[in-house]
Design a protein around this ligand. Structure first.
Ligand code: UGY
Ligand code: MN
Length: 267
């Protein structure tokens, strides 16, 4: 977390993490818990000075995707249309942005709005509101398969997406990855207090997990840790995983997983 220059005589601001209560833990090849209090920010090329980025998951850490949190101040945004070889996903955590992409008209996106864009779909966005907006941004290289067409862009709100019971919780597929054209699975998982998985999951898919609400206990490869709103968790392939929702309110997280491909793309 960016704390600026502490006032004289006061070295640690109240919300800063100190080592005795640090929950940030990094086990490369395994998992990483990356709370907001521990993250640093910097500018990115292609965006104006009103955009600051926190880097969450990268190939530096073994991930096959890149995930950021973007802090977009009023008038912050892209410098010009961005045309990238990657497929991308945006989710608005807070505030509002206006997003436009090639072939679509400009749309306002508030809390819970999201967009998936296919590779080479040029886009731009700006915060034209009057408060900070925060976005989760996920990118990866699209794995094209002969005979399966690349899906078109999606822009929608989480409330437009049906919630289906899955294991012990409710799940919304923000990218409709029951369609084989999607190799980027993004879902919202919602847990009533006290709910926990019915089995320990272990799978080849990696995860980028952003806690959007509530709190819980995450069990990762035999370590049990408290997690809460705004934490990011990276889970490497095959990391055994189990979640217990705690607290008095619902807990929810936005989850990236690679889907619908057979990994021969890495041979
Ligand atoms: O679908 C999943 O892989 C998901 N249930 N995993 C998780 O929440 N850790
Ligand atoms: Mn999983």
């Amino acid at each position: 977390m960016k704390i600026g220059n502490p006032p004289p005589g006061r070295l640690i601001v109240s919300e800063a993490d100190v080592t005795s209560r640090c929950r940030c833990i990094n086990k490369p090849g395994n998992y990483m818990i990356f709370p907001r209090a521990n993250r640093v920010e910097h500018h990115l090329t292609g965006f104006n000075q009103g955009v600051l980025a926190q880097v969450l998951a990268t190939p530096q850490h073994g991930a096959k995707f890149v995930e950021h949190e973007l802090l977009v101040e009023v008038n912050g945004g892209t410098e010009k249309p961005r045309d990238e070889a990657f497929e991308q996903f945006f989710y608005v955590l807070e505030g509002e942005i206006e997003l436009s992409y090639a072939g679509g008209k400009s749309q306002k996106m508030g809390r819970g709005s999201f967009s998936w864009l296919p590779p080479h779909c040029a886009y731009e966005f700006a915060n034209k509101g009057d408060a900070l907006s925060r976005l989760v941004w996920v990118r990866r290289r699209y794995d094209e398969v002969e005979g399966i067409s690349i899906p078109g862009a999606i822009i929608a709100h989480e409330s437009d997406v049906p919630a289906e019971p899955t294991d012990t919780y409710m799940e919304q597929h923000l990218t409709p990855y029951e369609q084989m054209g999607f190799d980027m699975g993004i879902n919202l998982q919602v847990f009533e207090p006290g709910i926990y998985f019915s089995f320990v999951e272990a799978h080849v898919m990696e995860h980028g997990l952003y806690m959007v609400d509530g709190c819980g206990l995450y069990w990762l490869n035999h370590d049990l840790m408290e997690v809460q709103k705004d934490d990011f968790i990276y889970m490497a392939p095959y990391c055994p995983q189990f979640f217990y929702a705690t607290g008095w309110e619902k807990s929810a997280y936005l989850l990236y997983k690679d889907v619908n491909r057979d990994y021969t793309q890495f041979l």
